[in-house]
Write a protein that binds this ligand. Structure first.
Ligand code: FAD
Length: 487
């Protein structure tokens, strides 16, 4: 901490008294470390950053923010891809990275109790010696925090078979926006408030302790790599596999541009000339996996695959996954900047939507690489642009918006697993009408009536829940002044 003047001097002084100088950052240069998450397109420098080490400290910070009417934003590892952890220039950023203890690995009850800053992979590493693992596996699992996973209801390659974060969280201790410490448990009778909290993107409070389900490691895992001439035949194979009643642990697809990027970065050695590759992973009892493998391979070949490879041991499997896991970062090798999008379509619409993306790419003259969770119909188009070129960022944004509109037109969604954040708040109206958004606000206001917990995220414009949650009477002064709008 340096003695630089803070834009929130009174609050900062109180936070310093509470946490001590080693846990409060006001130096403008150090504050810039926290100005964005993994989607670097959106940036804001926080007024002050705090690094609490206990739930009590988080609660004390939140109570100070509440008393001062100052907004606050929680941050895990900052790998989010929708600008969810983008700070407020007039607010406090509460960074959870010092709360990273694994409190309990409880094998008889198949659960682990962890602090929110623990990385996703660390839970699996702690459970592995007992033959267990934590199933949701974002590609960022080495670094992203479990608190961020809960806030985003994160997914990952294996969520096709095992479900998203919401299916693996048993309890969350959280600090409410008023600074109270409460616990939501899956066993609580009444409304599923735990379910509501998971995926709420930091707008309902801050998770300080998380109990997750541990899963038994499967007897066998087999991974198939299939190379196709293009994404359409790859998409056809995905539909055929699911239609055959097989639910692989994962089905991932990469198109030609994504393969080019991955080869340039990690030399993954995928088959030459592939316009698309599918990675299909099967797990479970050995006999079942063997039978399903034969069928999956046949379906890939009959859908147009020109080469298949198999991996049975961990090293071979890692070689196949290496290209896929590195794909987002690898795209940096072939483009100075890019936007990562996240949309969902019904699996059967994959070939049409991918063709639509190709058409948009040609029409706007913008390259789009596709690397995605094909089994879930969860697309991740990477829209490439040169950030030194005038108007290129805006064009990339327009292509992203058109891709999301395409997903919605085919009956899909504007996000599969990366959340809405600041990036997609404006697209919420593509899926939800005013009454839907008001209903969501009623829930938000029940937790956070003053709208101090991660404001400006998820909802399209300031919403009016401060005084009378969800019930509008007459013209609100903020509407009259033009500072907020009603839908
Ligand atoms: C290379 C790469 C690959 C990725 N792959 C995947 C993938 O396969 N699947 C997937 O779903 N995502 C993926 N992501 C996105 C990202 O990793 C996830 O969204 C992850 O859950 C974010 O965790 P984080 O700790 O980095 O959270 P942050 O980015 O720090 O925050 C994300 C949101 O969570 C809130 N938050 C953080 N901690 C807390 C807390 N303790 N309590 C309440 N709210 C909190 C923040 O306010 C913010 O709204 C990927 C990202 C990258 C960079």
């Amino acid at each position: 901490m340096t003695a630089t003047a803070s834009p929130l001097p009174d609050l900062t002084a109180r936070l310093l008294r509470l946490l001590g100088p080693g846990s409060v950052i006001t130096d403008p240069v150090r504050l810039r470390t926290y100005e964005c998450d993994g989607l670097t397109y959106h940036r804001a420098t926080p007024a002050v950053v705090v690094l609490p080490e206990t739930a009590e400290q988080v609660a004390a910070v939140v109570r100070e923010c509440d008393a001062a009417g100052t907004p606050f934003v929680a941050r895990g590892a900052g790998t989010g891809l929708s600008g969810g952890a983008v700070p407020r220039t007039d607010g406090v950023l509460i960074v959870m990275s010092r709360m990273r203890r694994i409190l309990q690995i409880d094998i008889p009850n198949r659960r682990a109790v962890v602090e929110p800053g623990v990385t996703n992979l660390a839970i699996t590493e702690a459970a592995a010696p007992h033959g267990y693992y934590y199933a949701p596996d974002p590609s960022s699992r080495q670094v992203c925090s479990i608190g961020g996973n809960v806030a985003e209801n994160s997914g990952g390659a294996h969520c096709l078979k095992y479900g998203f974060t919401v299916n693996h969280v048993l309890a969350v201790e959280l600090v409410t926006p008023q600074g109270e410490i409460v616990t939501l448990d899956a066993d609580d009778p009444g409304y599923d408030l735990l379910g509501a909290f998971i995926g709420s993107e930091g707008t309902l409070g801050i998770a300080t302790k998380i109990t997750v389900r541990l899963s038994r490691a499967p007897e066998t895992v087999t991974t198939l790599l299939a190379a196709f001439p293009g994404v359409e035949s790859g998409g056809t194979a995905v539909s055929a596999i699911i239609a055959a009643g097989i639910v692989p642990a994962a089905i991932e697809m990469m198109d030609a541009l994504a393969i080019e990027a991955a080869e340039a970065a990690v030399r993954c050695g995928y088959p030459a000339g592939a316009g698309a590759v599918l990675i299909v992973e099967l797990d479970g009892p050995a006999a079942e996996v063997a039978a399903q493998f034969t069928r999956v391979r046949e379906l890939c070949l009959s859908s147009g695959a020109f080469e298949t490879r198999t991996a049975d041991d961990p090293a071979e499997r890692e070689a196949i996954w290496k290209g896929r896991r590195s794909a987002f970062a690898a795209v940096g090798r072939i483009s100075p900047a890019y936007l990562v999008q996240d949309g969902v379509v019904p699996r059967t619409a994959l070939p049409q939507v991918l063709a639509g993306i190709e058409e948009l790419s040609a029409r706007f003259g913008v390259r789009v690489a596709n690397v995605f969770h094909a089994g879930d119909g969860n697309l991740h188009p990477l829209v490439l642009f040169d950030d030194t070129e005038d108007g290129a960022g805006e064009r990339a944004e327009q292509v992203s918006a058109e891709i999301l509109a395409l997903c919605v037109a085919y009956g899909g969604s504007i996000t599969g697993e990366h959340g809405i954040g600041v990036d997609k708040a404006k697209h919420m109206t593509a899926m939800f009408g005013p009454d839907d958004l008001d209903t969501m606000q009623l829930l938000r206001c029940a937790f956070d009536p003053r709208g101090l917990s991660n404001p400006g995220k998820v909802f399209p414009t300031p919403r009016l829940c401060g005084e009378a949650p969800g019930v509008r009477k007459g013209v609100h002064p903020l509407v009259a002044s033009g500072e907020a709008e009603l839908f």
